[in-house]
Structure formats: structure tokens, C-alpha cells
Ligand binder design. Structure first.
Ligand SMILES: Nc1nc2c(ncn2[C@@H]2O[C@H](COP(=O)(O)OP(=O)(O)OP(=O)(O)O)[C@@H](O)[C@H]2O)c(=O)[nH]1
Length: 751
């Protein structure tokens, strides 16, 4: 939820805000027609849809900028510290030096087309990462080599695992004195439970880090300071010389032997090759055989290649690009089960929507099969509507290049799809969807509903944990604000907007302080509306402690008609469930589908506002024991009666407030550890572990979100800016009765 880099706060001010909107020069201009032809028709085996993921500040944006520069698409190196990177193009990103929206960038390397999505590292924007991963075929995990695996990397890694995405690791910041290859490898092994396969040995360490030895070829790649423009474009390649550098030769020999052994352990084909052809001398195995084996291991996720470098110092990025093309999969090497039903017809997933003032909504599509062309109609399966795609663009950060068509495996940006939202499946027509459904059914496709097995699954949207009111400057501006919020919601499904039923105020619900602050900022900058935010509040939940039963009768005459209904039900705690509804056996048989629906609606509406604090209720099950209605009673009245009966039962069952508890990781110098520990204890935090990392201590704790407001400022003060932290939702937990009483008294204005 929250994130902290005390030197660069998540708060209102930023130390990295040297906002110089330097005009970038692009090597690839929209009117460069020759390049455009290549843009449109890359061979699918040469496409790499890649994401870069990491903990905040590991250097994703800096690495992306180097990739763009070396691939020739930019003519100047961007720098996050100067606020002029290509991928961080939103104004807030440039000012704050962080990545908020994943920007798609397309460029070529080694005759390969790389569609690269720069994903944010901040937990508030986890959904952006998830959205990007959903449509990627491979990922580069960037690490700060002095920190190894950090909290957010673990979250993103889990997300990549969920989507079975093959990865390559890049140990960045090798120029830092505290950079530690062994430690980083071990932390990948321990914390990510992965099998890191080291493909390079660094040459020099800290400030003297000058390059790497490629263990496949035994070639030394050196970036000399002061050479050419010192932009790292030019580097030297040397064969290792035993007489000049015996120690390095020995280190490389050992590392290569370990590499060969490690790959043979997980790849039978390679092991067989070694034993048959190279049994006398494993080291004689040619680089190309080793490379193919590493590729197989990467694609099956039995291992992750590890490379090292320093993006900021312009070292090691070209081999990383080579590794992306060599080891990560092409789109046709990934298995997307349902896509086969479409054969060569269009099947694409809308994975991101941006709102452009001039062009309207811009929808990013990952094309799984078929071809998209501008000026054609497409069918949206989720919304069951047909829309016209007016233009087709290649996403080049905030530059968009118009193209005549785009084929399977690519990522395209479309103009004109007004109904489409994130997660929708786009096909060429209703008829082609019906044909795909027929094929799926003939082959025993499973599932229920209209287009069961032909809809691509979207992105899970996490529940927001923070909310606050938002007020327009005047009632005249209310419609503008509502429009701005609905545009922002189409872009960002993790933003929820609702209206308070009592006060009529608009409520913004988001993933963290920074998330809400950025939205506030965007409403001001992009929509020109100055709004007031109410105090940020934690989204509590409620549950029950015991079982309780209640009966309720509703007898109401509306117009000529009398509605009489009596309901009897029991609620009880049910871990894991949100609000489960079950009926007794007799009722299950007696009630019509319409009445059952009415009962469920009644239960759901009572669960929106629990009896203790008016927060959503979860973790309960309701057993409906009897529903008796007089003739002519409407289902709406049944819902109302059930809802009231539920409220009675929930009160009797002893309301328990659940609060979001965060897992906190603080990295701090030893001298400040006790101050940080004292502060965590005051925040009702529980320390789980304290680990050592070089000269720093890493504190692992859990603490209620309510106590963590403004933590970045507090930590900065406590440690004079020498600490970093990350905070992530761990679970909703029951409050102690004393804490709950305090909360209730505060809510009632008594504290
Ligand atoms: N010493 C050193 N610093 C680096 C290196 N790469 C990046 N940095 C610095 O690390 C900081 C973070 O870099 P970014 O590229 O913004 O990192 P990021 O992972 O994109 O960060 P978010 O977008 O906030 O998630 C900046 O101050 C960079 O100058 C490196 O190789 N060595």
C-alpha cells in the first residue's frame, strides 16, 4: 500500500523533482515509412513481449532507457534523476521519479521485435504489474545487486509464477561498493525459491566494475570509461588470457564448470549430450549447445539465467538485450489454450485503457490470433457489443505511430473502442465468436454461460484498503468530476468510486496513500478540476463471532397491494467465505428461482454495511430456515425483509471488526534500528524477524494499516533519511476488544 524511499518521499514533495522537460530526440520517427514496414510485419518467432519487473528503485526505468538508446530508438540517454525518461511519461512520474503506469515501448534488437512494458515497482500499483504480466511472454527481473531480493520483487515474482512467465534476472547496480553477487544469487535461491543460473562473472567490483565475462563464450566484455561518448554503446571484447589474469581465468573456469553441471542437472537432453559427445571434457561443449540448453531450462522455468551490470554506468545492458532474444519465448512458444478455437480469426485481450483528451479512449490490445486493421468493426465478447476501430498505432511510450495492420503475437494500441474496458476479449465478429464456441464445444470445451471457453480471463482486481471523500469546488463542477472519475476508472480498475448513501458525497477507494494522491493530482492536471479530499480512512471489514438466529416479519401495503413475508435465518462465522447463503433442504425445493434470488439479494445488501461500523461484512454464512409469503408479495419485499432479519442476526452474533494488517519491511542502518523498533511497537506492530544485510538491518514486521499513515515522513525523521521501507497488505485480522472499543469511540467522536 505504502512505500517509502525516505530520500525520495511518497509524500507531496520529492527530492528527485528536477523537472526539466527536455525534448527527447527519437531515432524512430512516425514518418519513417521504411521502418514502419518492418514494424508491421515481424515474424512471430522474432517477437518478444517482455516485462521488466522489480522492487522500487532497482533501476527498471534506467535499464529501459539504456535498452532504447542502444537499440537506436532514442538518440539521447534519459535519466530518471533528470526527469526525462521515455517510459515515465506522465507528468507525476517525471516529477516523482517513479513509474506509475506501465508504458509499452516497441523497439528492435538483433533482428527481433521487442515489445517492452515498463511496470511500476510500487505496491500501490500492483494491478498495473498484474495487467502487464497477463499479456507478456517473458520477463526481466531487475535487482539492486547490493540488496538482493526485496519485498516487492517477491510479490511480482509470485505474480509472474502465477502466469508461468519465464524470466531472466539482471543484477543491476554492480557499481555500488556494497554490490554482492553471491548474496544476490543466494537470495534468489532462498527467497524466490528459484534456480538461478549464473551466465556471467563480473569484472572488478564497486567503482571498479568494468564489465563481465560471458560464461558461454569465455569472452570478456569491457566498457572503458571515457571511451567514445562514454555512453556505453561501444565496448571491447577480449579472449581471456591466462598469463595476464590467471585469477580471473580460474574463477571463470570454475563458474563455467558449475554452470554446465547445473544445466545438465535440469535438462536431460544436455546431460545426454555431455555424456555422449563431451564425456572427456565437459568444458569443450560449444556455446551454442549450452545456449540452447539454457533456453530450454528457462522456458520450462527449471532455472533462471542471471546476468549482471550497471545500467546507470552504461555497462552490461547489451548482453541483457541479447539474453532477452536468446532465452525468452516467442509468442508462439507460449500455450494459450482457448486461442486455438479461433484458428486464424482475431482474438485479442484489452489489457489497458488510457484516456486521451483528443482521441478518446486508447485501448492496448495483446493479439493472440488473427490480424487487426483500422477502420474495421470488432466484437467485444464481454460487453456483447460491436465497435469500430478507427486507428491502429504502435505504442512508443507517449509517441504513437500509425500503422495499417498488426498480426498475432503483437501488442497494438487502438483508437475508437469506446465501450471496451480492461480485461475484455476482442474478436472479429459475433459470427467468428460463435464459430469458435462451436469448435470448443465439439472438442469438449467446458464451462457455463454464453461464451464459456472462448473468453480470455482478465485481471483480478484487488479490493481497495483506503478511502476518502472527494468534493468538487462547486456543485456546477460535479458533472465534470463525475466524468473525470469515470474516465479514470476505465483506465484503472483498482480505483473504486461510490456515493455515500447518507451524505451523498463521492467516495474514492484506492490501494494506498500514494494511489489516491496521484489520482487527486491527475484530476487537477488532466481535467482541470481543483478538488478537496477528505481525510484518508482505512477500509475496515466486519464479521461475526458466534452463531445467532433471528426472525423478521414485514407487512406493508403499497398502493392496493399488501405484502406480507416472514423470514427465519441463522448466521454463523465461516472462514474464507464472503457472505455465503444456503437454504434448508425443504426450502431449496420449495422456493422458486426468483425467490431464491430475492433472498440472496437481501443477504448481499445487508452485508454491504455491517451493524458495528457500517463496513462490509465478510466471513459469514447465512442459513435460510423459512420464508413464508402471502400471495402477491413481491420479491423486492422479500429482499427487504431478509435484509432486516440479517441485520438483527448479525447484531446478535456479536460484531467483530477486521482491520487490514500490513507486512512491513524496513531496511535501516544499525544505529537507527532501536528507534525504528520503538516506533513499530508504538504502532501496534509485531516484529517477526531482524536480518542483517551488509551494514544494514532488515526489519520484518506486521502492523495495522491504520497505524501506518504518514509512515514515510515519520521514518525519514527517525533515521535522518537513511531507511527504506515497503508495506503490503498481508491479511484482514480481528481487532482486540480494546482496540475495537477505541475505534468505535473514535468513530462516535468520543476520543
Ligand atoms: N549506482 C547505481 N544507481 C542506479 C543504477 N541504475 C539506476 N540507479 C539509480 O537508482 C534510482 C532508481 O532508478 P529507476 O530506474 O528509477 O528505478 P525504477 O526501478 O524504475 O524505480 P520505480 O519506477 O520507482 O519503481 C535512480 O536514482 C537511478 O539513478 C545503477 O546501475 N547503479
Amino acid at each position: 500500500m505504502l512505500w517509502g524511499r525516505c530520500l525520495v518521499s511518497a509524500g507531496r514533495q520529492s527530492c528527485r523533482c528536477k523537472v526539466s522537460f527536455i525534448k527527447r530526440q527519437y531515432g524512430f520517427l512516425p514518418d519513417d515509412v521504411k521502418s514502419l514496414r518492418a514494424v508491421v510485419t515481424p515474424d512471430i518467432s522474432k517477437i518478444r513481449n517482455i516485462g521488466i519487473m522489480a522492487h522500487i528503485d532497482a533501476g527498471k526505468t534506467t535499464t529501459t532507457e539504456r535498452m532504447l538508446y542502444y537499440s537506436g530508438y532514442t538518440r539521447a540517454l534519459g535519466d530518471v534523476d533528470d526527469g526525462d525518461t521515455v517510459t515515465d511519461f506522465m507528468a507525476q512520474e517525471r516529477e516523482r521519479g517513479i513509474t506509475i503506469q506501465s508504458a509499452a515501448v516497441t523497439f528492435d534488437w538483433n533482428s527481433h521485435r521487442i515489445n517492452l512494458i515498463d511496470t511500476p515497482g510500487h505496491v500501490d500499483f500492483t494491478l498495473e504489474v498484474e495487467r502487464a504480466l497477463r499479456v507478456l511472454d517473458g520477463a526481466v527481473a531487475v535487482f539492486d545487486a547490493s540488496a538482493g531480493v526485496e519485498a516487492q520483487t517477491m510479490t511480482v515474482w509470485r505474480q509472474a509464477e502465477k502466469h508461468s512467465i519465464p524470466c531472466v534476472c539482471f543484477l543491476n547496480k554492480m557499481d555500488k561498493p556494497a554490490a554482492d553477487l553471491k548474496f544476490s544469487m543466494e537470495s534468489i535461491r532462498q527467497k524466490l525459491k528459484a534456480n538461478p543460473i549464473l551466465l556471467q562473472v563480473p569484472v572488478g567490483s564497486g567503482r571498479n566494475f568494468s564489465g563481465v565475462v560471458d560464461l558461454l563464450t569465455n569472452q570478456k566484455l569491457i566498457w572503458r570509461p571515457g571511451s567514445a561518448r562514454d555512453d556505453g554503446r561501444v565496448f571491447e571484447t577480449h579472449t581471456l588470457d591466462q598469463s595476464v589474469e590467471p585469477e580471473l581465468v580460474q574463477e571463470v573456469g570454475e563458474a563455467r564448470a558449475a554452470l554446465i553441471e547445473q544445466v545438465a542437472d535440469v535438462d536431460d537432453e544436455f546431460a545426454e549430450l555431455l555424456l555422449t559427445k563431451f564425456s572427456d571434457d565437459f568444458d569443450a561443449v560449444p556455446p551454442v549447445e549450452l545456449q540452447e540448453a539454457v533456453r530450454r531450462v528457462t522456458l520450462t522455468r527449471k532455472g533462471v539465467p542471471v546476468l549482471c551490470g550497471s545500467s546507470l554506468r552504461n555497462k552490461g545492458v547489451q548482453p541483457l538485450l541479447d539474453a532477452i532474444t536468446a532465452y525468452l519465448p516467442a509468442p508462439d512458444e507460449r500455450h494459450h489454450d482457448l486461442v486455438r478455437w479461433y484458428k486464424d480469426d482475431l482474438c485479442a485481450l484489452a489489457f489497458k485503457v488510457l484516456h486521451d483528451k483528443q482521441r478518446g479512449p486508447l485501448v492496448f490490445l495483446r493479439i493472440y490470433s488473427g490480424t487487426v486493421k483500422p477502420q474495421t468493426a470488432v466484437h467485444n465478447l464481454n460487453r456483447n457489443c460491436t465497435e469500430r476501430m478507427s486507428r491502429l498505432l504502435v505504442p512508443f511510450a507517449d509517441q504513437h505511430v500509425e500503422i495499417p495492420s498488426m498480426s498475432a503475437g503483437n501488442i497494438a494500441l487502438t483508437v475508437g473502442l469506446k465501450q471496451t474496458v480492461t480485461g475484455d476479449t476482442i474478436v472479429s465478429s459475433k459470427a467468428s465468436a460463435a464459430a469458435a464456441a462451436r469448435r470448443a464445444q465439439n472438442h469438449g470445451g467446458t464451462g457455463k454461460g454464453e461464451h464459456p471457453s472462448i473468453i480470455l480471463s482478465g485481471v483480478e482486481v484487488p479490493e481497495p484498503v483506503f478511502f476518502c471523500t472527494i468534493e468538487p469546488p462547486s456543485t456546477a463542477k460535479q458533472p465534470d468530476l463525475e466524468n473525470a472519475l469515470s474516465c479514470l476508472q476505465r483506465e484503472d480498475p483498482s480505483l473504486k468510486v461510490r456515493v455515500d448513501p447518507d451524505s451523498g458525497q463521492i467516495i474514492l477507494c484506492g490501494m494506498g496513500e500514494l494511489h489516491i494522491e496521484i489520482l487527486h493530482d491527475r484530476i487537477r492536471r488532466e481535467y482541470g478540476i481543483e478538488t478537496d479530499l477528505g481525510p484518508l480512512q482505512v477500509a475496515y471489514r466486519e464479521t461475526v463471532l458466534h452463531e445467532a438466529s433471528a426472525t423478521n416479519t414485514l407487512d406493508r401495503t403499497v398502493g392496493e397491494r399488501r405484502h406480507v413475508v416472514t423470514v427465519q435465518l441463522t448466521v454463523r462465522p465461516a472462514e474464507g467465505a464472503v457472505c455465503e447463503v444456503t437454504f434448508t433442504k425443504e426450502l431449496e425445493e420449495q422456493l422458486t428461482a426468483e425467490m431464491k434470488e430475492a433472498v440472496k439479494n437481501g443477504v448481499d445488501s445487508s452485508c454491504l454495511q455491517g451493524p458495528v461500523l457500517g463496513c462490509p461484512v465478510q466471513g459469514i454464512s447465512a442459513l435460510i430456515q423459512s420464508v413464508t409469503t402471502a400471495a402477491g408479495t413481491s420479491p423486492t419485499m422479500v429482499s427487504a425483509c431478509v435484509s432486516r432479519c440479517m441485520l438483527k442476526a448479525l447484531r446478535l452474533a456479536g460484531g467483530q471488526v477486521l482491520e487490514p494488517v500490513m507486512s512491513l519491511e524496513v531496511t535501516v542502518g544499525e544505529e537507527h534500528l532501536s528507534a525504528v523498533l520503538g516506533d513499530v511497537a508504538q504502532r501496534r506492530g509485531v516484529v517477526r524477524d531482524i536480518q542483517s544485510r551488509h551494514d544494514s538491518k532488515v526489519l520484518l514486521a506486521s502492523a495495522p494499516l491504520a497505524e501506518m499513515m504518514g509512515y514515510s515522513t515519520a521514518l525519514r525523521t527517525l533515521t535522518s533519511g537513511n531507511a527504506t521501507f515497503s508495506l503490503e497488505l498481508a491479511a484482514y485480522e480481528a481487532m482486540s476488544s480494546q482496540d475495537q472499543n477505541n475505534l468505535l469511540r473514535r468513530a462516535a467522536g468520543l476520543l
